[in-house]
Design a protein around this ligand. Structure first.
Ligand SMILES: *[C@@H]1O[C@H](CO)[C@@H](O)[C@H](O)[C@H]1NC(C)=O
Ligand SMILES: *[C@@H]1O[C@H](CO)[C@@H](O)[C@H](O)[C@H]1NC(C)=O
Ligand SMILES: *[C@@H]1O[C@H](CO)[C@@H](O)[C@H](O)[C@H]1NC(C)=O
Ligand SMILES: *[C@@H]1O[C@H](CO)[C@@H](O)[C@H](O)[C@H]1NC(C)=O
Length: 422
């Protein structure tokens, strides 16, 4: 009893100063700040419950890392607890966990150079969905989506493991819905401060009205920081990676040559959510196989987010250019080609503005970004507006009345792996 009261006191103390939704992917675009401002009050109240839930989970993890109710497909980063790995038929050489302190990547193959990056969590194969929470609250970005729980998602066929052993996350394709269309949003129970997140996907959601993302987020948004790794809307074919932070974080230049990135800075250089109407520091890829139909027709690829003392970077490797150190499960980021985006530590301390992140997937509809850009053009993949392509004047009406249009709105993910240096 005393313990529970202490936990509750801890939670309330930590939740009290919370701002907007802990796991809210922020709003984007340059023309929506005013719209967003109207909604901030809603985000505040929704954020409180989420903060509480996640803070509570964090405490539980510390107190019972080997809880039998959690069949987590991962190696605990603290305490050296070894969790059984249900799927032994895995191509990953590091799938066999071992107690902390011993070398977890001993695959027996001397041809794989050893990596300082060791897996703390891996999600793949039949057990992919173990270790994720299904978010079921209202979309903090105001999409007309209904996120469903795991049982509902399973029975409705919205989540599954396909014959290739890939995790599939679909949206409801019922022809007509009255209000919101069903989808899923999942968050890792594993958290990390600093690390390397590697996500291998062969297909991602695309099409007018969709707004998919893969990102990481910390507590008390934006204090814990947000790192959007894969994100875009509608028929976009170029990925946008963005960070959102407390005031005081910026990028030193908007010049790609100076930043040594392959992408293009698309907004300002102030990454503060509050000071930029939530725009943050966004970088758009210059390759049209990095998102949406272009990504899918190329067999997808691997996104990697590196968060270390030098800053935060996002890398994209199209399917035919994935480094062997990644497929070997022994990543060597120092050996990789130019990142698509970088936010250097010189102007944004990566351990001051970011902490205790989880990784998150979702697919939402319309809302702050996809909805507000319904009639827009001028972004790669969006040469013709969705209003013109679909004949619907609003995103909401299209989503409600055109279920068959969402057959391509699915994630098919081969793996997510989270690494840290020991
Ligand atoms: C995994 O199972 C498949 C089908 O049973 C088999 O062909 C494959 O060799 C197995 N892979 C490993 C690594 O055991
Ligand atoms: C754009 O989205 C619409 C609606 O989902 C779809 O019919 C169309 O094929 C897409 N266009 C491209 C080029 O992918
Ligand atoms: C970016 O920086 C490089 C190197 O300093 C410079 O040559 C180039 O002109 C700059 N580009 C722009 C658009 O300012
Ligand atoms: C770095 O890349 C080169 C060329 O791709 C490769 O030959 C080398 O083995 C790599 N080094 C490490 C440590 O992975």
């Amino acid at each position: 009893m005393y313990t529970q009261l202490a936990v509750l006191a801890f939670l309330l103390a930590n939740v009290a100063p919370s701002n907007a939704g802990l796991f809210s992917r922020s709003t984007h675009g340059f023309n929506i700040a005013a719209h967003h401002a109207h909604k901030v009050a809603i985000k505040h109240s929704a954020g409180l419950a989420r903060d509480l839930r996640v803070a509570f989970r964090g405490v539980l993890d510390v107190q019972s890392p080997d809880s039998p109710s959690q069949n987590v497909y991962c190696v605990s980063s603290g305490g050296g607890v070894t969790v059984p790995i249900p799927n032994s038929n895995s191509s990953s050489p590091s799938a066999t966990s071992s107690a902390a302190g011993s070398a977890p990547t001993s695959s027996g193959s001397s041809s794989v150079p050893s990596s300082p990056w060791k897996p703390i969590a891996q999600y793949e194969g039949q057990s992919f969905f173990n270790g994720w929470e299904f978010f079921t609250q209202a979309d903090p970005t105001h999409g007309n989506v209904q996120y469903v729980d795991q049982d509902t998602a399973n029975s409705a066929g919205l989540v599954s493991i396909n014959s290739q052993g890939h995790a599939v996350m679909r949206v409801d394709t019922t022809p007509q819905v009255q209000t919101n269309r069903q989808s899923v949003r999942i968050t890792t129970q594993q958290t990390f401060t600093g690390g390397l997140v590697v996500m291998d996907s062969v297909h991602m959601p695309t099409g007018c009205g969709t707004w998919p993302a893969f990102w990481t987020n910390g507590p008390n948004w934006p204090a814990g920081g947000e790192i959007d790794i894969v994100e875009g809307i509608n028929n976009y074919t170029s990925n946008q990676a963005t960070i959102h932070t407390n005031p005081g974080c910026s990028i030193p230049s908007s010049n790609s040559t100076i930043l040594d990135i392959s992408g293009t800075v698309v907004g300002g250089t102030d990454c503060s959510a509050a000071q930029t109407g939530n725009q943050g520091c966004g970088v758009r890829s210059n390759t049209d196989n990095s998102f949406g139909s272009g990504f899918n027709s190329n067999g997808g690829g691997v996104y990697a987010m590196l968060w270390d003392n030098s800053g935060i970077s996002v890398y994209f490797f199209p399917r035919n250019a994935v480094p062997t150190d990644i497929t070997d499960g022994a990543p060597q980021p120092s050996n990789w080609s130019t990142p698509m985006a970088t936010w250097p530590a010189t102007d944004c301390n990566p351990f001051e503005f970011f902490n205790t992140h989880s990784a998150i997937f979702d697919t939402t509809f319309c809302g702050d970004w996809a909805g507000s850009a319904w009639s827009s053009t001028g972004v790669p993949g969006q040469e013709v507006s969705c209003a013109q392509q679909t004949g619907f004047s609003t995103c909401e009406a299209f989503v409600q009345q055109s279920g068959a249009s969402f057959s391509e709105a699915y994630w098919e993910v081969a793996s997510v792996k989270i690494y840290q240096t020991s």
